[in-house]
Design a protein around this ligand. Structure first.
Ligand SMILES: [Zn+2]
Length: 396
């Protein structure tokens, strides 16, 4: 940590214009205390590391559970100096006694009070949610910033995200998903946006890299992205997954595959309308190929008309049965998996796969039989994606 109090309660921040000899001299004449647990802490000034305060061995301060690495500290310092240079009056490591929390940086931007948490180590989901809720209750908007080095990039437009990293998801004003991240080594912001889950871990995404020296504060607080999802990429990835599911037919313990085979459906022959990206799909941990297949099996693909509430009920019973898992997105309190189901129905209507029947009911249009040949499904898929546009996907 970079901030402590002296015996007189004076706040001392190690980032600033103090020279090393000045700090050493100051250390001779003062004791330092942790603002959080009030224990005595040690000012460490070495040649390699950034000067910092450290608790003594055996300390029970919650701060100690997050041993800050050099990477973390240097990132925090760069972010702080950048905000300061932008004239935003940030406060480094403020302590909020009413919630007993100490984010990395406190800052106001365009009338909103933010707490920045530059999180470089894993903490439990419970702790993440607890801290987030405490901030929100106090009227502070937390922004959790991921350590750039922990990003597992899988090519130009793909990423592997852990459950922990998914917690960082924010929604830009434009409605687009974004995980903000920062890397002190390359001194750059990396905004991961347009995140569209393919499987539990893998997702299609865009990367927006900006050196901090050229970055405007909006990059962090109110990011804006203009690209849309890359449909060619999406189509390729979904095809790969369907093919690999077919090759996994030996793994019959998989409930999803069992469900498909018991209905004589080969995963590779699943039609292209199963496995589509919808805006709120990050609320569902299970692959879209899987949750959309279940909706077809249970409701949409049947001959009788159905309603949206029936779709939702079928989805919920799959959740209850553990066939579908929901994901919590603590930083966004306005959406849910129900939005994803509604959006999926809208896309099916836009694509003419489902049409309005009598009041409040829908019906699948032509109940085409399963294509029997792989080459045929590939052709259908190509035609399908040729006709699909962002407008159809987003209902605009
Ligand atoms: Zn402490």
């Amino acid at each position: 940590m970079l901030v402590a109090s002296t015996e007189n309660g004076v706040r001392i921040c190690l980032i600033g214009s103090h020279s090393i000899p000045a700090l050493q001299q100051y250390r001779e004449h003062h004791n330092f205390y942790c603002p959080e647990c009030k224990e005595k802490v040690i000012m460490k000034i070495g040649k390699k590391r950034i000067p910092h305060f450290s608790h003594r061995k055996g300390s029970e301060c919650p701060e100690r559970y997050e041993r800050e690495t050099e990477y973390h500290m240097s990132g925090k310092v760069l972010l702080f100096q950048w905000l300061k240079k932008k004239g935003l009056n940030p406060i480094l490591e403020p302590f909020y006694p009413e919630i007993s929390q100490r984010p990395d940086i406190d800052v106001h931007y365009e009338g909103v009070h933010y707490a920045l948490e530059y999180q470089c180590s894993n903490i439990s989901e419970e702790l993440f949610i607890k801290r987030t809720e405490a901030y929100l209750k106090t009227g502070i908007v937390p922004i959790w910033i991921l350590a750039g080095k922990s990003i597992k990039r899988m090519g130009k437009a793909k990423i592997s995200l852990s459950g922990f990293q998914y917690l960082f998801l924010r929604q830009a004003a434009s409605g687009h998903w974004v995980i903000p991240s920062f890397c002190p080594t390359t001194k750059s912001f990396i905004n991961i946006h347009h995140i569209q889950p393919l499987t539990v871990r893998n997702a299609c995404a865009h990367y927006d890299v900006k050196p901090i020296s050229q970055a405007d504060p909006a990059i962090l607080f109110t990011p804006y992205f203009k690209n849309d999802i890359n449909l060619d990429e999406w189509k390729r990835e979904v095809r790969k997954i369907k093919n690999s599911l077919s090759q996994n037919s030996g793994a019959i313990r998989n409930n999803f595959l069992q469900d498909l085979y018991s209905r004589s459906i080969a995963p590779a022959l699943l039609p292209p309308e199963i496995g589509l990206p919808v805006r709120h799909s990050p609320y569902i941990e299970t692959s879209p190929i899987q949750w959309q297949s279940y909706l077809f099996m249970d409701i949409v693909g049947k001959a009788r008309p159905f309603s949206l509430p029936q779709m939702i009920a079928a989805f919920r019973s799959r959740v209850k049965n553990n066939d579908i898992k929901i994901r919590s997105i603590p930083l966004v309190q306005t959406g849910s998996e129900i939005h994803a189901i509604k959006e999926y129905l809208d896309v099916l209507i836009n694509l003419n796969i489902v049409k309005h029947a009598e009041k409040g009911l829908y019906k699948k249009t032509a109940l085409s039989g399963e294509p029997e040949h792989y080459s045929r499904i590939i052709q259908i898929e190509d035609d399908f994606y040729r006709g699909i546009t962002q407008r159809i996907l987003q209902g605009k």
